[in-house]
Design a protein around this ligand. Sequence first.
Ligand code: 5U1
Length: 686
Amino acid sequence: MSEQSNLALDEASQEAATLREQLNHYNYSYHSLDAPQVSDGQYDLLLRRLETLESQFPTLCSADSPTRRVGSAPLTVFEAVEHAVPMLSLANAFDDDELRDFERRLHARLDDDSAIAFVCEPKLDGVAVSLLYHDGILVQGATRGDGFQGENITANVRTIASIPLKLLGEDFPPVLEVRGEIYLPRAGFERINAEALAKGEKPFVNPRNAAAGSLRQLDSHITATRPLEMCAYSLGLAEGGNLPDSHLATMGCLKSWGFLTNSLMAGVTGIEACVAYYQRLAELRGGLAYDIDGIVYKVDRFALQETLGFVARAPRWAIARKFPAEEASTRLLDVEFQIGRTGAITPVARLEPVFVGGVTVSNATLHNEDEVERLGLRLGDSVVVRRAGDVIPQIARVLPRFEASAGEISEDNSQAIVFPTSCPVCGSALQRSEEQAVLRCTGGLVCGAQRKEAIKHFASRKALDIEGLGDKIIDQLVDAELIATVADLFSLRVEQLAELERMADKSASKLVASIATARATTLPRLLFALGIREVGETTAKVLACHFGSLEKLQEAEAEALLAVPDVGPVVAAFVGQFFSNSHHQAIIASLREAGVEWPDIEPVDTQALPLAGQVWVLTGTLASLSRSQGKAQLEALGAKVSGSVSAKTTCLVAGESAGSKLTKARSLEVKVMDEAEFVALLQGAG
Ligand code: 5U1
């Protein structure tokens, strides 16, 4: 071996030793102590790195490597169980190309280019178990343990309602081992955590840990109180009887014998269909009732599975495609305080950038002071960041405030997060609303930050929709004192705008033109644009339809405001306060002087409209009209149109490729309409 490759081997050997130590430590904390110290994503990355090193330098492979192990050694308190057929693990694919490589390997090994039938299944994030049936009677339940030997948890599995104690039908093999995942649905997780908090106990960190903790109870009465489920996904030992010749057909048998199987399981042909299934499931993921961390793809035909066989600890005929981790750990660098349009002060965490949920995250909202306290967060802490779907990144929890290095506990260098006592932008006094735990700057439009936010809101798409007037331009205009109120926008000149950073003469002229175009607006848009507290787009429309003119709304007493559908005392008070403020009156007068126009509309009795009081949601692609046209037509019929499905939803209109909203509507038994029915309804009403 050359000197250079010796050096590479030395370096790799040291790195592998450190990785093994770290992984063993994290694995022990996770599996045996039920106290995770790093996120799953972080753990996976370390394990992958070790796998890469071991495959590059085969002499580094050792029997005790975490890459050779599935889970941890069983706890001694439960009786040990030998698995007659080892419960092996799965190889992973981290992107579409790795999935395509999987199919290429299959064709090569089978020496056959015929299209392969696959079964695609959601990979539940729970605890793998084996259930043994003798003549249809459940005789043993065991955890996977290290894949060869697990723990006997028969008493605990018997408490789970979705596990049959006696199989249905008669056509099952006399000796049958069924494998699957025990998991806690999200709603059950919320429930047991709420109960734990109410009793002053520590809540579980995620549904998988809650399921593992529930199964590790020595007293099965405790397990019986946990709403666990079991979803079957394969067979282990099977003796006697006749079984089908494919995985999909076998899953059908399991279903008929009384097992829960996943309703999203699908048989497809060829790897491109597997890739498409991944996209579909990724969209549904956020709306499912349970956590999944990926998809398992299996070659359907048992004859092919047999030919393909196993390699190391995994079958060659199956692969798991992981979703981007929804959680990752990073460090809290700083906390900044943002002032919103209504003066609300939001602490924002500045984080060491981390890749999570498919994007790089460097900021996370901390909501308010109570949230910071609930998390027990301090500057310099290691934190777990969560980003599920399109949801704004959140800090899920703080990791233990020490670093174990070579058995030593390092110093705690964290620092307290200090909340401001006056507005960090204008110095005005702060007010704390007790019920919402929100700190608010009392400076109103004296505060530069609130002024900027008010103007950004005024120019936004659903308000006056001023094209080309982005947030950065507004920041510069306010900082340079070229504008102080929304009305000042209309006297801006091309020369003034051309002075701004990255603004050429041409774009300055275009912006002046689009500000001029925005002068012709509508009453609902203007009402929304004014930024009255608690008056969103829908309430602005309702107020506009009810009063018909700005003057009538300005004159309205509390009683008249309360007569408007959906306007309660809080909204009525904010509307009243807004129009009685002399500064706001001056702004409205300046807008008129600047030539902004909002024609009066014919007042409508919205309560008498056919869909009054109903809440509708639109999802998927509609072929015959756009989403905004659909929304406008529903609103014209008196319905409210919401962006999310809840128990209050009257009806969901599901277009082509509807995703998680459709799943949620079905689970809540909300009425669902397809496009044809929707169009017919609109035509009937028109
Ligand atoms: N859905 C599913 N999860 N899961 C996990 N199927 C499935 N199959 C597995 C594992 C470990 O293993 C089989 C390929 C034997």
